[in-house]
Design a protein around this ligand. Structure first.
Ligand code: UD1
Ligand code: PEP
Length: 428
C-alpha cells in the first residue's frame, strides 16, 4: 500500500488538463447496459471507480475494453446476474446498476452501494422512483432485490433533490411503457450528459438540466459514440490549488459555466481569474480575503469542493463560516487540518476557519475522496513534508494526480508504506 508525500512551498505554474467527469462517467458506463449494440464512450477518467464498474459489467456478461480513456462496451450478452457485494461496495455509483438492469431486464439484485462516508446517504428516493414505475423492491440481507412484470411511466416527485435518484429513475424510465415525469429533479451538468447519451441511444428525454424531466419510454435502445463532459470538480480542485499555491495556472478542458459559483467565491477572495472558451486562468492573489461558503444543489457551491476550499481558507485573512447543507457531517478533514496547525472548529453543520495560518507538514489520513484533495492542497501550502495515507479514496476520483501536479512544479510523490506504517494505519 502506498502513501503520498508532498514537500510544501513549491509554486504551481503552467497548464493542467482536466479529465472526464467522474460523476458522469459512473452513470454513463452502467447506462450502456440498456443498449442492444455496442456503446463507445470517449474521455473517461482513469480512476478506480471506472475500473470497478468495468469489472461489474464483465461479471454480468459484458465485453468491455478500456484504453486511453475510450471504453467500448458490448452489452449484447449481458444477463441480470445478481451482484450482491464485492466491487459494488467499493463505490457509490454502483446504485446505477439498479436503474439500468431494471430498465433492460425488469429485474436486478444489487448490494448496497459504498462510496464516500459523508454521514447517512439513504437511497429512499431511488426506491420510491422504482416503485412508482411498477417495481417491487425489497432489501434482503443487505442486497436490494428489484422485480417488475413491466415498467410503466409515472409522475414522480422527489422529496429531496438528488443527483443519484434523478439519474437512476431516468435509466429505468427510458424503457418503461408511457411517460415518466420527474419533478423536483436535480439539475447538475452530469444529468444532462447522461440524458445526452441516452438520447443518442434512441431515448426520448426532455428537460434534463431543469427541475422537471419528461421521458417517453421506448422499446429498444441502440449503440452510439459519446464524448463525456469535463470534470467540474477536478477542475475546481485545481483552481483552488492554483489559488493556494500558484503563480499563474491555466486549467484546460473546462466548461467555465459549470464553475461559476467557485469562480465568484475565488474572485471575492481577491484571486485574479480570467475565463477562456474552454479554459480558466488562475493568477496569484497578493492577499487572500476570507469568505463564507454554503454548499447548495447546482448551480450553488458544490459540496464536493467544500473540503478543498476549507483548506484554502486557512490561508485567508479573517474568520470564515463553511456550511454544508447537502452533507452536514462532511467535516472529517477538519481534524487532519488541525494536525497541520489549522485554526478550525466545527459547530453543527458548519466549520469556522480562522486565518491566516502557515500550515505545517504532518502525517494525515484521507477519510474520503475530497478530504484527500483537501489534504493534498494543505500539503502544497504547508512548510515541510506532509504524508497522506488513504490513497484508495483519492484514486477513486482523481486520475494521475501526482503526475499532473508534478508537471506544474509541485514536489509530490508516492512511496510504498513500511509494514509498521501499514499496521499503524489499519488500527487507527
Ligand atoms: C456518484 C455521484 O454522482 N456522487 C455525487 C452525488 O451523490 P449522490 O447522488 O449520492 O447525492 P444526492 O444528490 O443523491 O444527495 C443529496 C442529498 O439528498 C439526500 N438523499 C439522497 C438520495 C435519497 O434517496 N435520499 C436522500 O435523502 C442525501 O443524503 C444528500 O443529503 O451527488 C452529491 C451531491 O452533489 C455529490 O456529493 C456526489 O459526488
Ligand atoms: C462524494 C463523492 O463521490 P461518491 O458519491 O462517488 O462517493 C465525491 O465525488 O466527492
Amino acid at each position: 500500500m502506498e502513501k503520498l508525500k508532498i514537500e510544501g512551498g513549491h509554486s504551481l505554474k503552467g497548464t493542467i488538463k482536466v479529465d472526464g467527469a467522474k460523476n458522469s462517467a459512473v452513470a454513463l458506463v452502467p447506462a450502456a447496459i440498456l443498449a442492444e449494440s455496442p456503446i463507445t464512450i470517449e474521455g473517461l477518467p482513469d480512476i478506480s471507480d471506472i475500473h470497478m464498474l468495468k469489472g461489474l459489467l464483465e461479471e454480468i456478461g459484458g465485453f468491455v475494453t478500456f484504453e486511453d480513456g475510450e471504453m467500448i462496451i458490448d452489452p449484447t450478452q449481458m444477463t441480470a446476474m445478481p451482484l450482491p457485494n464485492g466491487k459494488v461496495k467499493k463505490l457509490r455509483a454502483s446504485y446505477y446498476l439498479m436503474g439500468a438492469l431494471l430498465g433492460r431486464f425488469n429485474k436486478a439484485v444489487i448490494g448496497l452501494p459504498g462510496g464516500c462516508h459523508l454521514g447517512p446517504r439513504p437511497i429512499d428516493q431511488h426506491i420510491k422512483g422504482f416503485e412508482a414505475l411498477g417495481a417491487e423492491v425489497t432489501n434482503e440481507q443487505g442486497a436490494i432485490y428489484l422485480r417488475a412484470n413491466e415498467l410503466r411511466g409515472a409522475r414522480i416527485y422527489l422529496d429531496v433533490v438528488s443527483v443519484g435518484a434523478t439519474i437512476n429513475i431516468m435509466l429505468a424510465a427510458v424503457r418503461a411503457k408511457g411517460q415518466t415525469i420527474i419533478e423536483n429533479a436535480a439539475k447538475e451538468p452530469e444529468i444532462i450528459d447522461v440524458a445526452t447519451l441516452l438520447s443518442n441511444m434512441g431515448a426520448n428525454i426532455k428537460g434534463a438540466g431543469t427541475d422537471v424531466i419528461r421521458i417517453d419510454g421506448v422499446d429498444q435502445l441502440h449503440g452510439c459514440r459519446h464524448t463525456i463532459i469535463p470534470d467540474r470538480i477536478e477542475a475546481g480542485t485545481f483552481m483552488i490549488m492554483a489559488a493556494a499555491a500558484g503563480e499563474g495556472v491555466v486549467i484546460d478542458n473546462v466548461i467555465p459555466l459549470h464553475l461559476e459559483s467557485l469562480t465568484a467565491k475565488l474572485r471575492e477572495m481577491n484571486v485574479p481569474i480570467e475565463i477562456g472558451e474552454d479554459s480558466v486562468f488562475v493568477g496569484k492573489a497578493e492577499l487572500l480575503k476570507t469568505v463564507d461558503i454554503k454548499t447548495l444543489v447546482y448551480p450553488g457551491f458544490p459540496t464536493d469542493l467544500q473540503q478543498p476550499f476549507t483548506s484554502l481558507l486557512t490561508k485567508a485573512d479573517g474568520s470564515a463560516i463553511v456550511t454544508d447543507t447537502i452533507y452536514p457531517a462532511r467535516f472529517k478533514h477538519i481534524d487532519e487540518l488541525r494536525r497541520m496547525g489549522a485554526n478550525v472548529k466545527t459547530e453543527g453543520r458548519s466549520a469556522i476557519v480562522n486565518g491566516p495560518v502557515v500550515l505545517q507538514g504532518a502525517k494525515v489520513k484521507a477519510s474520503d475522496l475530497r478530504a484527500g484533495a483537501a489534504l493534498v492542497l494543505a500539503g502544497l501550502m504547508a512548510e515541510g513534508i506532509t504524508e497522506v495515507t488513504g490513497l484508495e479514496h483519492i484514486d477513486r476520483g482523481y486520475s494521475r494526480l501526482t503526475e499532473k501536479l508534478t508537471a506544474l512544479g509541485a514536489n509530490i510523490w508516492r512511496e510504498e508504506m513500511s509494514e509498521e506504517e501499514f499496521e499503524e494505519i489499519k488500527s487507527s
